[in-house]
Design a protein around this ligand. Sequence first.
Ligand SMILES: C[S@@+](CC[C@H](N)C(=O)[O-])C[C@H]1O[C@@H](n2cnc3c(N)ncnc32)[C@H](O)[C@@H]1O
Length: 285
Amino acid sequence: MPDTSSRSPVELLGPAPIAPISPIVSMAPIASKAGATHAQLPRPPSRVPHYLQQVYWWAYVHPRAVRFFERGWLVNAILFGNYTRLRQAAIAAMAKPGEPGEPGEPGEAGEQEGRIPGRSLQVACVYGDLTPRLHKALAPGAQLDVLDILPVQLDNLANKLPQLEGVHLLPGDSSALPMADACYEQVLMFFLLHEQPEAVRRATLAQALRVLKPGGKLVIVDYHRPAAWHPLRPLMRLVFKWLEPFAMDLWRHEVTSFLPAQDPPLKVEQQLYFGGLYQKLVLRR
Ligand SMILES: C[S@@+](CC[C@H](N)C(=O)[O-])C[C@H]1O[C@@H](n2cnc3c(N)ncnc32)[C@H](O)[C@@H]1O
């Protein structure tokens, strides 16, 4: 018998179940609503990336996983009660302060600060209500594209969106975005980068900067190295070791170290949350 005692559950997993590839999900005809850049979209990817299939099949790929994780309370529990705060921080960072809009809901301070103008791209679907709330925060006439490589995730998101206007769901790979250069005012990545191997993470960041307009913002919310005293450090180390093998990269290095060199340099704002376990980065071109 091989010695498996030092191997994580991820390594011990057998072949991952592969979700059936369902048809393209689009909330609107891609070419007619999204303009010329989207008319060039390639066919949907036919292959689930290796890291998603091997490491994250239990979280995103298997249809039962989607049914299991699509629960607001569970998403919030995984983030130790910080989901609402981080969601609000992401939406507030995407919005332009002072942009007129309808008042937000009571208690949604970050989401009341302004509306999200122009064209935005959310790279990868997220469990919970981030995307419906981003949609609600759009300024009149603004557009939100959401791209994901798994059709099962796009199907799930479609079921969470009550209205179709202004939102397009697009199949695609974050490390090879099927959009033209400089076509978005805002790009958002919410807890995506820690799940990607370094080479994919670097390509994803480079692509996000490529599709940003000059003056546009890349908003990233993800894990960060917590303070030395943080009581959850040992637990999170174990979680990452066993379930999220690429996540420690964000403890060891700042996200900016994975960015391609930029000329002129990006303006970077970082805010830490919950003893440093989470971070929000706003990178301006
Ligand atoms: C945003 S991340 C993590 C979100 C967060 N943990 C949550 O609460 O849902 C998960 C999503 O990223 C997507 N994803 C991972 N790698 C991708 C890639 N290379 N291109 C596009 N989507 C990707 C997965 O399909 C999944 O829907």
